[in-house]
Design a protein around this ligand. Structure first.
Ligand SMILES: NC(=O)c1ccc[n+]([C@@H]2O[C@H](COP(=O)([O-])OP(=O)(O)OC[C@H]3O[C@@H](n4cnc5c(N)ncnc54)[C@H](OP(=O)(O)O)[C@@H]3O)[C@@H](O)[C@H]2O)c1
Length: 280
């Protein structure tokens, strides 16, 4: 029962590969750098999805990693007799693309779900919300440098999910048939405003951190400085603007699937405190 994981060195892929290997499943991990991927013992690193597919029974599809090869890889899966496809989609996959920043970096979360649903093969689509690790990427340079985090909309709301929870649900989807035919919206256990997220990080680090709302034009400049496009920045701002009037949706699907609550954001911060630690 060989399982192929695309995007295997990524935020979701790495803990997923570890979970599958720990469960004793034979795993082929797709990475552009198979020699240096640093995967667990027993996992077979492979340089392309095409190379990994022969004999596979289940495949995890990450549209960022697959890029333009998504459709051809799924067609190969169908021809090759793969029995199950698990898509990494997103909770906002059906929203207006103008409010999906990931579209502007090439992700195709709507398409990856549609292609597995249409494949004729047993499928599961995972629809996570914002990953906890995004806040490390967006905020840790500011938190390492001082006590203020500058960004859009202090009242914007999210319910961040830790990547290991997504990976554990994905492992269940790949290893069992319990979730077949489901689109599963995955969130963390609690909704927070941006201001509350920064307070939570501050409480864990025992520092007086504060969120400071800045105008959208300044947000756009910051994203451009980080190498993102203006379209990405505008979609990010629009996505947050849509959350100002109500707390973000919290689903309990992680708990339903895994039989234990989703990991709280504060626990994730505590486990990643080095990422936010002040430069000495
Ligand atoms: N971040 C969020 O908040 C969020 C929320 C919901 C859904 N999603 C969706 O989740 C997916 C991303 O998952 P992830 O964070 O686990 O992925 P990731 O860590 O960004 O990337 C997974 C792996 O894919 C390869 N890769 C990355 N960029 C690539 C590119 N441009 N071309 C080819 N290969 C590339 C890299 O592996 P190698 O270098 O080893 O080849 C990387 O380790 C996207 O579809 C995203 O929209 C994200």
């Amino acid at each position: 029962m060989t399982i192929v994981v695309t995007g295997a060195t990524g935020n979701v892929g790495r803990p997923l590969v570890a979970a599958l290997a720990a469960a004793g499943a034979p795993v082929r991990a797709v990475t552009r750098a198979p020699r240096t991927a640093g995967l667990p013992a027993g996992v077979e690193p492979v340089g392309s999805a095409a190379e990994a597919l022969p004999g596979a029974s289940a495949v995890f599809l990450n549209s960022r990693a697959l890029g333009d090869d998504l459709e051809s890889v799924v067609a190969r899966c169908v021809r090759g007799g793969v029995r199950k496809l698990v898509a990494l989609s997103a909770i906002n996959a059906d929203d207006d693309f103008a409010r999906q920043p990931s579209r502007f970096r090439g992700d195709r979360n709507k398409e990856v779900e549609q292609v597995v649903v249409d494949s004729g093969v047993a499928w599961v689509s995972l629809r996570p919300t914002v990953f906890a690790t995004n806040f490390a990427g967006m905020w840790s340079p500011q938190i390492r440098a001082g006590d203020a985090v500058f960004g859009p909309y202090a009242r914007a709301s999210t319910a961040p999910i830790v990547e290991t929870d997504i990976a554990q649900v994905a492992a269940r989807a790949l290893l069992t048939d319990e979730l077949v035919g489901q689109r599963i919206p995955l969130t963390g256990p609690q909704a927070f405003t941006n201001a509350e997220l920064v307070e939570t990080i501050g409480a864990v680090l025992d520092r007086p951190l504060q969120y400071r709302e800045i105008p959208n034009a300044a947000v756009r400049q910051r994203f451009l400085g980080l190498g993102f496009t203006a379209d990405f920045a505008d979609a990010y701002i629009a996505m947050l603007a849509a959350t100002l009037d109500a707390p973000a949706l919290v689903t309990h699907d992680v708990e339903k699937v895994l039989g234990r609550p989703a990991v709280p954001f504060a626990q994730w911060v505590a486990e990643h405190r080095d990422v936010f630690a002040r430069a000495t």
